[in-house]
Design a protein around this ligand. Structure first.
Ligand SMILES: [Zn+2]
Length: 103
C-alpha cells in the first residue's frame, strides 16, 4: 500500500533528480506512479496547432515510481519513511516513523 497522495511534498531519493523536493501533482494508483512538480522534466517537441499556441519545445514533468520518492516530514525536514497509527476512534493517521509526527 502506498502512502503518498496528491498535494504531499516529497523528496526524490533515486535517479537524476535525487535530492529534489516537490509537490505531488497527480497520483496514478494503477501503476504506482506519481507526478511531482518540477521533477523529472522531459522536453517534448510540439507542433504548432494554431497561431495562439505556437509549437516548439515544452517541458513537462514525467511520472516517477513511488519507490523513488519519500514523504517529507516537516519536523525532520527531510524525506522519511511513513507509517500508520490507529487512533482510538479508529481513524488512521499517517505518521513519520522517525519522530512520530503527523504527515
Ligand atoms: Zn519526522
Amino acid at each position: 500500500m502506498t502512502k503518498v497522495k496528491k498535494s504531499d511534498t516529497v523528496e526524490i531519493v533515486r535517479g537524476k533528480d535525487k535530492g529534489k523536493k516537490g509537490k505531488v501533482l497527480k497520483f496514478y494508483p494503477k501503476n504506482n506512479r506519481v507526478l511531482v512538480q518540477g521533477v523529472n522534466i522531459t522536453k517534448r517537441h510540439m507542433k504548432q496547432r494554431s497561431q495562439d499556441t505556437p509549437g516548439g519545445i515544452i517541458e513537462l514533468e514525467a511520472a516517477l515510481h513511488v519507490s523513488n520518492v519519500m514523504l517529507i516530514c516537516n519536523k525532520c525536514g527531510r524525506g522519511v519513511k511513513a507509517g500508520y497509527k490507529m487512533l482510538e476512534d479508529g481513524t488512521k493517521m499517517r505518521i513519520c516513523r522517525k519522530c512520530g509526527e503527523n504527515i
